[in-house]
Design a protein around this ligand. Structure first.
Ligand SMILES: C[S@@+](CC[C@H](N)C(=O)[O-])C[C@H]1O[C@@H](n2cnc3c(N)ncnc32)[C@H](O)[C@@H]1O
Length: 252
């Protein structure tokens, strides 16, 4: 996808424009793709038997990626998270929610939510992440699951929402500053009539007062104790102004 800020104006003299790769291009994406294919086994996903993913195991040696890249961050894309699993499960159980609609998977990681949306019949799925390694993983995982998902390397908490009907957010409220930026972006989405769904295992910075619970499932969370975990939730993110929320208009 071309960012609108990168598009040439028709009257520009192209000879004066420095050659610049598209914004989503990053040389690490190709290297990551080769590494993931070679080292991360294809494994089933807990609670989502419909989907398989390249997931890190004890022998994957992710430290080798970190050694080559001083900017290597937390490899969220290599693991499963409660928020993504619960939202993917919901979309597969309720395909009517996304069928026939374009979807943005925001903070896509492995791409599990976007892949579930595509399997449920979404017309177009954009999977946005800031991490080039996630972009590589999403591409491989989409192919593995025989669906079309467009991975886009972008800080999606900045700028305008893309043209979409519904934004799906799996597990993005784990840090205060990020939660604040994401919430502001989701407010922009609501203002533009875009529906927002959130899947989350009740992380610390979830904007509780803005959420309407739609469903709960017990799903595992990477690194958390397997036994006794409370159900994770799927929520509709709602406007600050109650009258704008779905349902209120129907009663007026
Ligand atoms: C905990 S992981 C969740 C991944 C996936 N949604 C899931 O539930 O399995 C959070 C992901 O959000 C991405 N992320 C963080 N900030 C972002 C931003 N501003 N725009 C896009 N992606 C972002 C991270 O790189 C990471 O892959």
């Amino acid at each position: 996808m071309t960012d609108k800020h990168d598009r040439q104006q028709p009257d520009q003299d192209l000879s004066q424009v420095p050659a610049k790769p598209p914004r989503e291009w990053d040389p690490r994406i190709d290297r990551a793709r080769d590494f993931i294919s070679a080292n991360l086994p294809v494994l089933p996903v807990p609670s989502i038997p419909e989907i398989r993913l390249h997931r890190a195991g004890p022998q994957s040696g992710l430290w080798r990626l970190a050694e080559q890249d001083p900017e290597f961050g937390s490899p969220y894309w290599a693991h499963h998270w409660g928020g993504g699993l619960v939202l993917a499960r919901y979309l597969l159980d309720r395909p009517d929610v996304v069928a026939g609609r374009p979807v943005l998977d925001l903070g896509a990681g492995s791409g599990v939510v976007g892949i579930a949306a595509a399997k449920a019949g979404a017309t177009e799925v954009i999977a946005a992440d800031v991490d080039p390694y996630a972009i590589a993983a999403i591409g491989l995982n989409a192919t593995l699951n025989e669906v079309t998902v467009l991975p886009v390397l972008v800080d999606q908490a900045m700028g305008e929402p893309p043209a979409t009907d519904i934004v799906c957010v799996g597990d993005l409220f784990y840090e205060a500053a990020l939660a604040e930026r994401v919430t502001a972006f989701l407010d922009l989405c609501l203002e533009q009539g875009i529906e927002v769904l959130i899947g989350d295992p009740w992380r610390a910075h979830l904007p509780h007062s803005r959420l309407r619970l739609l469903a709960e499932y017990v799903v595992p969370d990477f690194g958390a104790a397997a036994a006794g975990s409370p159900p994770s939730g799927v929520f509709a993110f709602e406007s600050k102004t109650p009258r704008q929320n779905r349902g209120d208009e129907d009663q007026s």
